[in-house]
Design a protein. Structure first.
Length: 108
């Protein structure tokens, strides 16, 4: 999505999280962070891109405060982990196959 499409209205939530139940869960987590003034690191969600592709994003969330420590907004930084997760899964599967093969060879 372009910056113009994403900023300034609530539709982005529906676009990124088309499943309503999942979207509500994610929004509750973020609202809790904002209310409590927490900083959240490595909060992973799965989003839907504009083209429909699913991506795994690691979010870092925190409030923005003024000089009186009043919350004036929040900021979220997302990092796409999709390829990293795919590579980790491929490595795990390869290790499982190698272990299975070694077990089979060891029994002969």
């Amino acid at each position: 999505y372009t910056k113009e499409e994403a900023i300034g209205h609530g539709k982005i939530w529906e676009w990124l999280y088309p499943d309503e139940e999942y979207r509500i869960k994610i929004k509750k987590k973020i609202e809790s962070v904002i209310k409590k003034g927490e900083v959240v690191k490595n909060f992973e969600t799965t989003i839907s891109r504009k083209d429909g592709e699913k991506r795994i994003i690691s979010w870092h969330l925190r409030n923005l405060v003024d000089e009186k420590r009043k919350v004036i907004g929040s900021i979220a930084l997302g990092r796409d982990l999709t390829e990293q997760k795919r590579m980790e899964e491929a490595l795990r599967e390869s290790e499982e196959k190698s272990e299975l093969l070694l077990n089979i060879l060891g029994q002969q």
